[in-house]
Design a protein around this ligand. Structure first.
Ligand SMILES: [Fe+2]
Ligand SMILES: [Fe+2]
Length: 292
């Protein structure tokens, strides 16, 4: 795929697990990023994930001077409630029809844990497909990369290539013939922006596909080797040290300018990333803004 270029882009962390000292923003377990993308004379505003608490999301948007009505599309990186809960409430505030919601076709499946107890952790009933559509959402569900605008594209379903990366949580689903199987989180997608001579910015939700797999696929998909930035969750929070070390080692083998990781990345992985990438690494905080 020949990926065109954005002229510029800003990413604002609208929701995240942590907030800075004396910050007025509300934290929550979940992420949401506002992507402002400019190309030629067009500016588009895309929200990547919606967190799990739309009150906190809207509170932060108000402080950040972001009117939800400016949004042009939402990308949902995967089904988990900490990325999707309250999307219908948000659509009501956005108040548009034929409003694009981009995700993988597996988004609405049953996705559950049984420890500490049986619980669905995917898209909740209040955000069902029907309710999304009834509130103006137009679903673009595809396993393929989807171009939001030239220079800004989703990864589509990510091929598992490494032997050390895994989903990171014991998730299950039930097949069409009623069998309980491990849920591989095939719906995990990321958003990729490309810039002339400066490389790509990869925005992830939880990286359940494995961040190294995501980077590999992005490079293969675009032919671009330079990574300007990786922003999002890396889901290494419960990963053994061996996997964390292999991940950081593999990331060090790519040409990466910066990594801003938070949410489900986990303290141990953040420490390991910082000790390797030094000032090129930054833990994510609610309210941060990055200009590219
Ligand atoms: Fe998450
Ligand atoms: Fe997740």
């Amino acid at each position: 795929m020949l990926l065109k270029y954005l002229d510029k882009m800003s990413i604002t962390v609208v929701a995240e697990d942590s907030v800075l000292y004396e910050s007025p923003y509300w934290g929550q377990h979940g992420v949401s990023f506002l992507i402002e993308a400019w190309r030629a004379n067009i500016k588009k505003n895309i929200l990547v994930d919606v967190g799990q608490n739309h009150e906190a999301l809207l509170h932060n948007m108000k402080l950040l001077d972001i009117n939800p009505e400016i949004l042009d599309a939402i990308v949902l990186t995967h089904c988990h409630y900490d990325h999707t809960l309250g999307i219908v409430d948000l659509l009501k505030v956005i108040g548009k029809s034929d409003f694009p919601i981009v995700a993988h076709p597996g988004l609405f499946r049953l996705n559950f844990i049984d420890n500490p107890y049986l619980r669905h952790v995917g898209v909740m009933q209040e955000d069902s497909r029907d309710k999304i559509e009834a509130n103006g959402g137009a679903l673009y569900l595809t396993t393929d990369p989807l171009q939001i605008m030239p220079g800004l594209v989703t990864t589509g379903e990510v091929e598992r290539q490494t032997d050390f990366e895994e989903v990171g949580i014991a998730l299950k689903t039930i097949t069409d013939n009623n069998k309980i199987i491990e849920d591989r989180m095939n719906d995990d997608i990321s958003l990729v922006a490309n810039f002339k001579d400066k490389g790509m910015v990869i925005v992830t939700g939880c990286s359940h596909a494995g961040i190294v797999n995501i980077v590999k696929q992005t490079i293969e998909m675009t032919g671009v080797k330079k990574i300007r930035s990786i922003i999002g969750g890396l889901h290494l929070v419960e990963a053994p040290m061996e996997r964390i070390k292999k991940t950081v080692e593999a990331l060090a083998g790519f040409d990466i300018d910066s990594i801003m990781a938070g949410h489900c990345t986990g303290f141990k992985a953040q420490v390991e990333l910082h000790s390797h990438f030094q000032e090129k690494f930054l833990p994510l905080q609610t309210g941060m803004k990055f200009d590219f």
